[in-house]
Design a protein around this ligand. Structure first.
Ligand code: 5RP
Length: 225
C-alpha cells in the first residue's frame, strides 16, 4: 500500500472524533487534504453544525469550498479539537511539524485546542525525532544573523528554497530555516533554547501537544493514545 493511501485511511478515520457543535481546528498538508474532504462529507450527510478554523489559506479555501462554515482563530474563544498532520513523531508523542511551512499558525491553533489529533502514515513514526529537518519561521530582518548563530551552535541550518531557488515565504511574510540535525537528543532543551532566540518566530518542535495519533497502515487505521 502506498503512502498516500495510508494518509487517506488515517484521515478518514480521524473525522469520527468530530461531534456536532464542535469548533474544529484544521491543519495543513496532504493528509489534512484527505481529512477535510472526509469531514465535509460528514457535515453534508449528517447535517452537522461545526465551525472550522484553518491553519493555512490552502486549508481555509478547501474547507470553505466544500461547505464547512469557517471562522478565523481570533473569532472563536476556543477550539474543541484540532486534526493535523505531522512530519515525525516518536513513541512519547513528541513531534516535528512545519514541512508545509505552516507550523506557526498550526501551533497557535493547537495550543488553543482542548484536544489534538495527528494523522500520519506509518513512515512518520520514529524512535527518535530529528531526521526530518526541523523548521524555524524566521523574520527577514536580521535573518542572516540568526542563521550565523544557528551555524555557530552546530545546528546545520539551511534557508528553505523553492524549486527555482527562491526563499520560501510564509503566510506572515517570513523565511523558513531548516535545521538538519539527524537526531534530536534533548527536544525540550532545544525547544527552550530556540524559543529564547530573538528573530525566530516559531520552531517546529511540538512537544506534549498531541493526545491521539491515528496511523494509516496496510491493515487499516491504528489509534494510539
Ligand atoms: C505543515 C505540516 C504538515 O502537517 C506536515 O508537513 C505533514 O504534511 P503531509 O500530511 O503532507 O505529510 O506540519 O506545516
Amino acid at each position: 500500500m502506498d503512502i498516500a493511501e495510508q494518509k487517506r485511511i488515517a484521515a478518514e478515520k480521524s473525522v469520527d472524533f468530530v461531534k456536532d457543535g464542535m469548533i474544529v481546528g484544521l491543519g495543513t498538508g496532504s493528509t489534512v487534504l484527505f481529512m477535510v474532504n472526509a469531514l465535509a462529507k460528514r457535515v453534508k450527510q449528517e447535517h452537522l453544525h461545526i465551525t472550522g478554523v484553518a491553519t493555512s489559506k490552502r486549508t481555509h479555501k478547501q474547507a470553505e469550498s466544500l461547505g464547512i462554515p469557517m471562522k478565523s482563530i481570533d473569532e472563536v474563544d476556543h477550539v474543541d479539537l484540532t486534526i493535523d498532520g505531522a512530519d515525525e513523531v516518536d513513541k512519547n508523542f513528541q513531534g516535528i511539524k512545519g514541512g508545509g511551512a505552516a507550523h506557526a499558525f498550526e501551533k497557535i491553533v493547537a495550543t488553543s485546542s482542548t484536544r489534538n489529533i495527528w494523522i500520519v502514515d506509518e513512515s512518520k513514526l520514529v524512535d527518535r525525532i530529528g531526521r526530518f529537518p526541523l523548521p524555524l519561521e524566521v523574520i527577514p530582518y536580521g535573518s542572516k544573523k540568526v542563521f550565523n548563530r544557528l551555524q555557530h551552535e552546530g545546528l546545520n541550518p539551511k534557508f528553505r528554497k523553492d524549486d527555482d531557488g527562491n526563499d520560501i515565504i510564509t503566510h506572515s511574510g517570513n523565511y523558513v530555516i531548516d535545521l538538519h540535525l539527524g537526531v534530536i537528543d534533548h527536544p525540550h532543551l532545544l525547544a527552550n533554547w530556540l524559543s529564547e532566540q530573538v528573530g525566530i518566530l516559531e520552531h517546529g518542535l511540538f512537544l506534549d501537544t498531541v493526545n491521539t495519533i491515528v496511523v494509516g497502515t496496510p491493515n487499516g487505521p491504528k489509534i494510539l493514545e
